[in-house]
Design a protein around this ligand. Sequence first.
Ligand SMILES: Nc1ncnc2c1ncn2[C@@H]1O[C@H](COP(=O)(O)OP(=O)(O)O[C@H]2O[C@H](CO)[C@@H](O)[C@H](O)[C@H]2O)[C@@H](O)[C@H]1O
Length: 615
Amino acid sequence: MATVTVLHFSKGSCTSAGGFVDSEPRSFQSRRIPNSRNQITAYKGLRSENIVDSLRLQSNAKATSTQAKTATRRASRRPLAVVVCGKGMNLVFVGAEMAPWSKTGGLGDVLGGLPPAMAANGHRVMSIAPRYDQYKDGWDTSVQVELKVGNRVETVRFFHCYKRGVDRVFVDHPMFLAKVWGKTGGKIYGPVTGTDYEDNQQRFSLFCQAALEAPRVLHLNNSEYYSGPYAGEDVVFIANDWHTGLLPCYLKSMHRSRGIYRNAKVAFCIHNIVYQGRFALSDFALLNLPDEFKSSLDFTDGYDEPVKGRKINWMKAGIIESDRVVTVSPHYALELVGEETGVELDGVLRMTGVTGIVNGMDVSEWNPSTDKYISTNYDTATVMDAKPLNKEALQAEVGLPVDRNIPVIAFLGRLEEQKGSDIFAKAIPEFMDENVQVIVLGTGKKKLERQLAELEDMYPDKLRAHLKFNVPLAHAIMGGADLLAVTSRFEPCGLIQLQGMRYGIPAVCSTTGGLVDTVKEGITGFHMGRFSANCNVVDKEDIEKVVKTVKRAINVYRTPAFAQMIQNCMKQDLSWKGPAKKWEQFLMSLGATGSEPGIDGEEIAPLAMENLATP
Ligand SMILES: Nc1ncnc2c1ncn2[C@@H]1O[C@H](COP(=O)(O)OP(=O)(O)O[C@H]2O[C@H](CO)[C@@H](O)[C@H](O)[C@H]2O)[C@@H](O)[C@H]1O
């Protein structure tokens, strides 16, 4: 029996079964030609007959004559040579968050950063998220589809922009925009953190269905190398977390049964197994799925929430109905199949298997040498001079005594049991006799926020608790802090420690999930050991682990070895480049028709405002 607390989502109310309305499928298989600066180099290497072949295929798909003429002109200008790049894949990422447009945490970061890295490697990439605000860079495509949700027919409209080589698609419906109005840090899933919208099942049922329509109905011509709808037989969908768990079910029941997406594949990515989308069994009728899918959703646990007894479980369906399952670090993949840590889906995951690929991070948004939120920019050569200046600026900004010689420990993240902010809070009084300052930036459960606010009252000259979602302050903390406390009970990958290392901050971290894969003891951080996964209590031994390791880190801070650790942290390539290659291998293994490897591209450098955390 797993001991991790599982959070449940509230149930919806409508009941009915039915189909959906759509437009005719279009068969289209373009020759994918890379589209970044580096990829243009590869394009030069294409033989002209490949390009002509590409044109013929494009024209089948109603590509415009202008495109054809342009490409012919290009082909005639470029030398003939051997083909140096693969054909790539048609990838469609689907997720409830997509930074910088929407983000409550790491899910948004991954949907923001991985797709451009895949595009840089020569794949044609779309990523789809709900439209939670009137994004000024998201244009109305005027394309609408009607979808059945519960017993209603709903109209969704697609908005779009093309950035960093990716078609970003936003699904527009009042269930998203009117509920959230841009407050994506806190209102994507419910009116306040920890409370869910009553109609979350209808919202995400609609979203999954819309995401399956987008590649088919949108005729996108933003890339100079790709055009037309994505949907041939070779689309690979990457569904992320429970909100997209029904995507493979709808693909089979609504599309494949009608001869569409026959060879399309779905990979299901688990960012956090604790959120599974468990609802009352009777809600199955809301989902417009044939009975044959009932067993994939059917789930029994020992909890009374949201109802006693049998339930449906969206994540379970995502795992079972997808072609392959992947998660965000190899160590977490091992934990997922463990009885104590698989949160009651370990048995299912042992059957399906799960691959672990460690996340990358957005090295453009998080770049100490260009970061506009820190007072003194720096790199590996200048970090030792710049850090003290940034620390002083940070201390002044948060209202702590300004002293460059005091080590500053930061804690940044959602204030939830997963992140162990309660363990950290209990440990703080035990090391406050040290000459140290603590800065917390986080928002989350009120109980946990209060706990930190009380500590600020206790230590007005040593601790600040900023209970907000504040991107500029997050950057300023990375620029000025010395140590990063990551006290997670479990951590699938963790992006905080990657961001910290990029800014020369060794992590003081628990030994779990992706923290095992990304933080090396004595080299890039300090490991505390594994904590109890029981979210209902704070284990005394875990408090001691935090205290002991924080004190150990403070002692190293005062030695030359710490300077070496800063260098070790900063010299790593933490970008999406390496993970994107692993993702390519993984997605190739799904065997979608026509899939070929891409090229060795560089991450497409963000231009202008594309990479800022708020659109
Ligand atoms: N108060 C605040 N103000 C400003 N920015 C804030 C903030 N609190 C958090 N952030 C930002 O939100 C992101 C949090 O990412 P994490 O990966 O650490 O956690 P999360 O648990 O949300 O993600 C889940 O998904 C990701 C992606 O797969 C996994 O890495 C992770 O382990 C898993 O739990 C970071 O970019 C961080 O800077």
